[in-house]
Design a protein around this ligand. Structure first.
Ligand SMILES: [Fe+2]
Length: 392
């Protein structure tokens, strides 16, 4: 991310900074010890100050170990809206690098939340609102990726109407691929987005209220509750490279070629052992002999999850908006029979989808079992006998 600042700051770091007569508390919030990106925040109160320590609730995951290793189709449409932006997350798949959940919150959370052990990316399929944070207010709308760095105390304000989110949480760091950036970090001309497409909080509101403010912190595989006696958005100013931001998938500039371009051209973000890619409406391959949908491929070391947002996905049969396909490692995959012929000559696709490729196997939840369509595994099978391919 680029450097950003909001509110009042002293001219130098680590010097006395007062509001009225009160000495403010400087907090350095950074990655990789003191070697990664960081921001510096100036608080009215010590961010260590807690009035009460509440319960710790471990996160429990209900795993489904399927009886067969096959390609899977999971329709998330039947998932009922419920809960708040945190307890409403319904886990679908996970490994040690990433958790993938569907979330259809119907109410705002009580109190404040902070993920103390990972970064989060929320793809907003439907809905809008404001992510209010210790760094300021960040509006979001449908088709935004909302990035929340670990350590960001926040709460979601939801606009009326349905909300459907695909949420990723990782113990690692979410970043843009280094091949899109120059040695100073600026996005390169050939990157599929520019710094102008990333939106930081635009307004910092310093809260001075006192009272009882519940805070939930995710740490050590669970949720720890606290009560503060001050509003945690007590920052008068901050600057640096760590802050929440939004990026709209509609601002992703798709890459097309004379013949088919591989999935890495759609890469949007990355974390440890996984990538997030955006498949966006675009012109298709223009060579007269081009096959404009993907060739069969064996991702020998990855699992491929695709969430279908809108439009028709040319290379998949039977998927609808809100469906997910999971093509696990160990099995080749490609267009179902007939789709290649059907695609020939096509010059444009309106597909919109979010893909997550993980380099380590994904485990499935009990919810994934509920939503599983077992017929997908056989969708490449045609009952007609195979034609002989050798003479005689
Ligand atoms: Fe694929």
């Amino acid at each position: 991310m680029r450097y950003h600042r909001l509110g009042d700051l002293p001219a130098k770091r680590h010097v006395q900074f007062r509001e009225g007569g009160t000495l403010l508390t400087e907090e350095v919030m950074g990655y990789e010890g003191f070697s990664g990106n960081e921001s510096i925040l100036y608080h009215l109160h010590s961010p260590c100050r807690v009035m009460e320590v509440g319960a710790f609730t471990p996160i429990r995951r209900e795993e489904w170990v399927p009886p067969a290793h096959v390609h899977r189709l999971t329709n998330t449409r039947p998932v009922e809206p419920e809960g708040d932006p945190h307890d409403g997350r319904r886990l679908l798949m996970w490994n040690d690098d990433v958790e993938i959940s569907i979330c259809k919150p119907v109410r705002e959370a009580e109190g404040f939340v902070r993920n103390g052990e990972g970064d989060e990316v929320i793809f907003v399929h439907e809905g809008s609102g404001v992510l209010d944070t210790v760094f300021g207010r960040l509006p979001f709308q449908a088709h935004d990726y909302v990035l929340i760095p670990r350590g960001t105390t926040h709460r979601f304000e939801l606009d009326p109407g349905p909300q459907t989110w695909l949420a990723f949480a990782t113990p690692g760091e979410i970043e843009t691929p280094s091949r899109y950036r120059n040695r100073y970090g600026q996005l390169l001309e050939h990157a599929p987005y520019s710094q102008r497409d990333f939106h930081a909080p635009g307004e910092l509101v310093t809260h001075r209220e006192r009272g009882e403010f519940p805070l939930r912190v995710r740490a050590r595989g669970g949720w720890q509750e606290y009560v503060l006696d001050y509003h945690p958005f007590d920052v008068v100013g901050w600057d640096g490279y760590v802050y929440p931001y939004t990026f709209s998938i509609d601002d992703f500039e798709p890459v097309a070629g004379r013949v088919h371009m591989p999935p890495p051209v759609h890469q949007t973000f990355q974390g440890p052992n996984f990538v997030i890619c955006s498949f966006c409406p675009r012109e298709l391959d223009w060579d007269p002999m081009a096959v404009p949908i993907p060739y069969h491929h064996s991702n020998l070391q990855s699992e491929e999850l695709i969430y279908y947002v809108s439009g028709e996905f040319g290379s998949r049969k039977g998927v609808s908006v809100g469906s997910m396909t999971l093509h696990p490692s160990g099995l080749p995959h490609g267009p179902q029979p007939g789709l290649v012929e059907k695609s020939l000559g096509a010059r444009r696709t309106e597909e919109l989808a979010v893909m997550c490729d993980t380099f380590r196997p994904l485990r499935l939840s009990a919810l994934a079992q509920e939503l599983d369509d077992p017929s997908y595994a056989l969708s490449w099978y045609e009952p007609a006998p195979l034609e002989a391919t050798t003479a005689g």
